[in-house]
Write a protein that binds this ligand. Structure first.
Ligand code: XLS
Ligand code: NI
Ligand code: NI
Length: 439
C-alpha cells in the first residue's frame, strides 16, 4: 500500500524530555493508570469527518487543505480517504474511529445510488479493519447537511423527509452492525426550531421519539448489541435544538420509554454552549446511569460557537477523566476526537501535531485524575459534608422513613439549625486540586 503521509513516522512514546516534535510525551499506551492501561482507560477514536473530510472551509472562505489524498473522482477519493484513515490510525496508535454514512461514501443523486456507494465502501473498510485490528467506536447518519433536511429530519414538517431519514438511518445502522460498531449516535443537528410561529413542537418531539424507537427496534432485530447514544447540543446549526443538554435529553428519553436503550455521548464544547461545564454534563449522565461516550474537544473562551478544537486544556481533561473513572470507566464508549485543526494549520503534519496534542493532554488528565482519586482528600471532604444523612434523622430521610410530621417535630426540638451549617471551603479544595495535580 502506498504511503500517504510520507516522511511521518509512527508516533511513539518518548517521555516528557523528548526533543523531537512528532512523538508522545505523556501518552504511553501500555502504562497502567488506575488498574488499566492508558489505552484501555482512554479508548481514543478518530473522527472521520473532521480528519478525512474537513478541508478548512468556513463561512468566509473556501477550503485551505486538500483532502483528496491524490485521488480523483468521488469513489476513488473515498477509497483514498479510507486508506489515509487507516494509515493515521496506525501511525498514531489509535484503536477506534467514528463516521457518518456520508463521510465514508459521498451521497449519490438518489438514495439507491448512495446506498450502492456505501455497499462498495463498506467491504473495503471492513478489509482494512481486518488487516489492522482497528475498530469502529460508533456510526451515525448525516441527516443535517443535505437541503432536504433544512427543517429537520425526524422533526421535519414533511412526512416524506421523515421517511427518507428513516431509510438513511436504517442503512447506517446496517453498516454499523456489519462493521462491528459498539455504538450508534443520534446527534440532532437540525432537530429543533427557529420560530414557534411555524412549529408544532409536540408533534415534532413525538416524531423524533418515533424515529428513535423504530431505529432501536430495527437495530436490535438485526443483532445490534451496542449502545444507542444521543449527543446533546443546545444550538448550532438550529437556534433551539431539542436535545439541548444532558438533563433535557434524559427527560425526553424517559417520557418516551427510550431510556433503556440510550446513553449519552457528551461533547465538551456542547456542554459549554449550554452554559454548563463539561464535568457537569458528565456527572448528570453518570448519576442517571446514562454515561456512555465522549466527543472530546474544546471551545474557545472568546467565541460562542462549536470551534471543535483539539482538547489541550489539561485541567478540563483531568476533571473529565475524574468523572469517567468515577462512572466506572468506558464500556462500549470511548474518547472520540470530534476536533479539527485550525483553518490555517493546513499541512498533513498538522493533523499529527493535533492528535498528539489531544492524546498527550488526555494522558496527563488521566494521570492527574487518578492522583486526585488516590489522594482521597476531595472525596473524603464530600463524604464528610453529607455525613448527617448517614445517621439519625438524615438516615430516616434517606431511607424514606421520615414523615413530614416527624421532620416538623425534629425541627421544633432542634431550634436554630445554623450551628450545623458549615463552610463549603471551595478555595481550600481548589488548592488541594492544584497541589495534587501540579505538586
Ligand atoms: C456537531 C456534532 C457532530 C456529531 C456527529 O456539532 O458534534 O460532529 O458528533 O454527528
Ligand atoms: Ni460531536
Ligand atoms: Ni460538536
Amino acid at each position: 500500500m502506498a504511503e500517504i503521509f510520507k516522511g511521518i513516522p509512527k508516533i511513539e512514546y518518548r517521555g516528557p524530555k523528548a526533543s523531537e516534535p512528532l512523538c508522545f510525551r505523556f501518552y504511553n499506551p501500555d502504562e497502567t493508570v488506575g488498574g488499566k492501561t492508558m489505552r484501555e482507560q482512554l479508548r481514543f477514536a478518530l473522527s472521520y469527518w473532521h480528519t478525512l473530510c474537513g478541508d478548512g472551509l468556513d463561512m468566509f472562505g473556501v477550503g485551505t487543505v486538500d483532502k483528496t489524498f491524490g485521488a480523483s473522482g468521488p469513489m476513488e477519493i473515498a477509497r483514498a480517504k479510507a486508506l489515509a484513515c487507516f494509515e493515521l490510525l496506525d501511525k498514531l496508535d489509535i484503536d477506534f474511529f467514528c463516521f457518518h454514512d456520508r463521510d465514508i461514501a459521498p451521497e449519490g443523486k438518489t438514495l439507491a445510488e448512495s446506498n450502492a456507494r456505501l455497499d462498495e465502501m463498506v467491504p473495503f473498510i471492513e478489509e482494512l479493519m481486518k488487516r489492522s485490528g482497528k475498530k469502529l467506536l460508533w456510526g451515525t447518519a448525516n441527516c443535517f447537511s443535505n437541503p432536504r433536511y433544512m427543517n429537520g429530519a425526524g422533526t421535519s414538517c414533511s412526512a416524506e423527509v421523515f421517511a427518507f431519514a428513516a431509510a438513511q438511518i436504517k442503512k447506517a445502522i446496517e453498516i454499523t452492525v456489519r462493521l462491528g460498531g459498539a455504538g450508534y449516535v443520534f446527534w440532532g443537528g437540525r432537530e429543533g426550531y427557529e420560530t414557534l410561529l411555524n412549529t408544532d413542537m409536540g408533534l415534532e418531539l413525538d416524531n423524533m421519539a418515533r424515529l428513535m424507537r423504530l431505529a432501536v427496534d430495527y437495530g436490535r432485530s438485526i443483532g445490534f448489541k451496542g449502545d444507542f447514544y444521543i449527543e446533546p447540543k443546545p444550538k448550532e446549526p438550529t437556534k433551539h435544538q431539542y436535545d439541548f443538554d444532558a438533563s433535557t435529553v434524559l427527560a425526553f428519553l424517559r417520557k418516551y420509554g427510550l431510556d433503556k436503550d440510550f446513553k449519552l455521548n457528551v461533547e465538551a464544547n456542547h456542554a459549554t454552549l449550554a452554559q454548563h461545564t463539561f464535568q457537569h454534563e458528565l456527572r448528570v449522565a453518570a448519576v442517571n446511569g446514562a454515561f456512555g461516550s465522549i466527543d472530546a474537544n474544546q471551545g474557545d473562551l472568546l467565541l460562542g460557537w462549536d470551534t471543535d478544537q483539539f482538547p489541550t486544556n489539561v485541567y478540563d481533561n483531568a476533571l473529565c477523566m475524574y468523572e469517567v473513572i468515577k462512572a466506572g470507566g468506558f464500556t462500549n464508549g470511548g474518547l472520540n476526537f470530534d476536533a479539527k485543526t485550525r483553518r490555517a494549520s493546513n499541512t498533513p503534519e498538522d493533523i499529527f501535531h493535533a492528535y498528539i496534542a489531544g492524546m498527550d493532554a488526555f494522558a496527563l488528565g488521566l494521570r492527574m485524575a487518578w492522583k486526585i482519586i488516590e489522594d482521597g482528600r476531595i472525596d473524603r471532604f464530600v463524604s464528610d459534608r453529607y455525613a448527617s444523612f448517614r445517621s439519625g434523622i438524615g438516615a430516616d430521610i434517606v431511607s424514606g422513613k421520615a414523615t413530614m410530621e416527624q421532620l416538623e417535630r425534629f425541627a421544633l426540638e432542634q431550634g436554630d439549625v445554623r450551628a450545623f451549617v458549615h463552610s463549603g471551603r471551595q478555595e481550600y479544595l481548589e488548592n488541594i486540586l492544584n497541589e495534587v495535580m501540579f505538586g
